[in-house]
Design a binder for this molecule. Sequence first.
Ligand SMILES: [Zn+2]
Length: 105
Amino acid sequence: MPVYEYRHTEAPGEGCGEVFEVYQPITEARLENCPHCGGPVERLLFAAAISTPHTNTELKNLGFTKLVKRDDGVYENVTRSGEEKKYMTRGDASSVPDIRSKIAD
Ligand SMILES: [Zn+2]
């Protein structure tokens, strides 16, 4: 599942960066509002390796999963929690982050 980059189309809310990343199934509808402040957002191309406006801890607390490419086909889950593996490896389904455990309801 890819990470998408979104950008606020109006002034971001308190504590929001202008651009943020969301880990979403490719089949899921694109977000129209920021999950943090509710402001209108637009989806950009797939996120590049850029610095994010939130720290990894903030992202984790917001329920985001952030993957950082470490090698060809190897991604570090820098917001991992619980039983999630530190590294997601291409082709290893057991290493995929457990997104369902982060959805409260
Ligand atoms: Zn926002």
